[in-house]
Design a protein around this ligand. Sequence first.
Ligand SMILES: *[C@@H]1O[C@H](CO)[C@@H](O)[C@H](O)[C@H]1NC(C)=O
Ligand SMILES: *[C@@H]1O[C@H](CO)[C@@H](O)[C@H](O)[C@H]1NC(C)=O
Ligand SMILES: *[C@@H]1O[C@H](CO)[C@@H](O)[C@H](O)[C@H]1NC(C)=O
Ligand SMILES: *[C@@H]1O[C@H](CO)[C@@H](O)[C@H](O)[C@H]1NC(C)=O
Ligand SMILES: *[C@@H]1O[C@H](CO)[C@@H](O)[C@H](O)[C@H]1NC(C)=O
Ligand SMILES: *[C@@H]1O[C@H](CO)[C@@H](O)[C@H](O)[C@H]1NC(C)=O
Ligand SMILES: *[C@@H]1O[C@H](CO)[C@@H](O)[C@H](O)[C@H]1NC(C)=O
Length: 367
Amino acid sequence: MERIQKLILLSVILTALLPGFGFCYSVIKGPTNATVLAGSEARFNCTVSLGWVILIWLSNGNPVLTVINSQGAVETSDRFTSQNYTSSDTFTSELIIRNTQLSDSGKIECSTQKPNESSFAFLSVQVNGSLFIKNSTLTVTENKTVEIVCEALGWAPAPDITWMTNDSFIDKSRYVTQQSQGSNGLHNALSILTLTPTDTEVLTCLADIEALPNPQIATITVIFCNSTIENDYSEDSGSTWVIVLAVVLSLVGIILLIVIIVVVVRCCCLKKKGGTYQTEVRKVSGAKKNDGDPENRQRHGSENQGYLPEERWNTAQIPRVTSLPPMSSKFTVPAADLHTSSAPKVQHQRPTDYPISPKKIRNVTLV
Ligand SMILES: *[C@@H]1O[C@H](CO)[C@@H](O)[C@H](O)[C@H]1NC(C)=O
Ligand SMILES: *[C@@H]1O[C@H](CO)[C@@H](O)[C@H](O)[C@H]1NC(C)=O
Ligand SMILES: *[C@@H]1O[C@H](CO)[C@@H](O)[C@H](O)[C@H]1NC(C)=O
Ligand SMILES: *[C@@H]1O[C@H](CO)[C@@H](O)[C@H](O)[C@H]1NC(C)=O
Ligand SMILES: *[C@@H]1O[C@H](CO)[C@@H](O)[C@H](O)[C@H]1NC(C)=O
Ligand SMILES: *[C@@H]1O[C@H](CO)[C@@H](O)[C@H](O)[C@H]1NC(C)=O
Ligand SMILES: *[C@@H]1O[C@H](CO)[C@@H](O)[C@H](O)[C@H]1NC(C)=O
């Protein structure tokens, strides 16, 4: 009995003393999970009791760094280095992974090269992609429903997308987000917000991943347009119609003048009664002008000045037979005249469309 008691006592003493002797050290504290942005650095600690012999760091099962008690760290890659911390009864090896890549994600293990003696954690490397809303401003009229698209490209993992209007979160039911797989293990997301604005508002699309200290944002200003402002837009479109009409009319004028020139040149070549042909040409051009703008008689004074030099020029050109290009360059003048004369036309029509303030509008054109 005494022997057995002594043996038990001895074994108790031995187990208590063994760690101190150095062949029964253990991992006191292993690494902890980490999430970092790609390209930044990741650090993991592994603390063992004194008397340790060897400590091996593994990344996804591959040894990346070994620390030997008698020699120190054995580094074989610039990306995997370590730092040591020693206290009275523990040793801590801090693994530093520089320039982390997406492929570094996974298991990080600290092994003491003893069976059943390893401790691990997970590294998550994430990618901060891009985020944008195509237009920075959008003008919306009353009762119009618009879809605003926010696009996130090249993220890992796919970001969480939320929307805000003027600093308050928008309900999830008002937007739809689709995620898709991009290239190189990256993810894209497309979020479509549907809204019917009743006021001007600043919309923000937020994309978040764990590694980002703050979500990335993209904004758009939705300018709400009242119906009164809408009328201004219809006036604008009316004036663009008049401009189109003016361009068409001026083109017709140019074609007519070319025809006249051709006739004049022909008659000049034939050298037959040039004078009578010229008078005919004048009649034709005069008739054209009357057809061209019947509404604009009052303003003809200025427009005729544009045409008359041409006719003089035509007669001056009769003795010399010239080619077409210089003529066509001259004929851009009537085009410009028609263009400017078309602007007053708009104002002439306006009073009938909007009888509220016809005099006001006239004043604007005079200025
Ligand atoms: C560490 O990450 C793994 C995998 O992501 C997870 O299963 C585990 O619960 C995490 N541990 C802690 C302590 O958060
Ligand atoms: C590792 O331990 C050292 C010393 O206690 C500490 O300064 C460092 O911040 C720790 N690193 C990590 C990643 O926990
Ligand atoms: C994430 O990317 C955006 C856009 O490229 C950039 O503005 C932002 O600073 C990045 N964030 C971090 C934490 O690197
Ligand atoms: C965004 O702007 C482009 C041109 O910059 C335009 O074609 C497009 O219609 C605009 N989208 C919206 C929704 O306004
Ligand atoms: C917008 O809708 C409201 C209610 O349906 C209606 O009273 C208003 O006239 C509409 N406005 C326009 C510009 O259509
Ligand atoms: C949102 O902000 C804009 C600009 O600051 C402001 O004009 C608008 O009234 C605000 N809308 C709401 C609903 O608060
Ligand atoms: C449109 O503007 C008028 C005044 O300019 C205002 O009285 C009216 O409430 C506005 N309508 C909306 C829907 O904001």
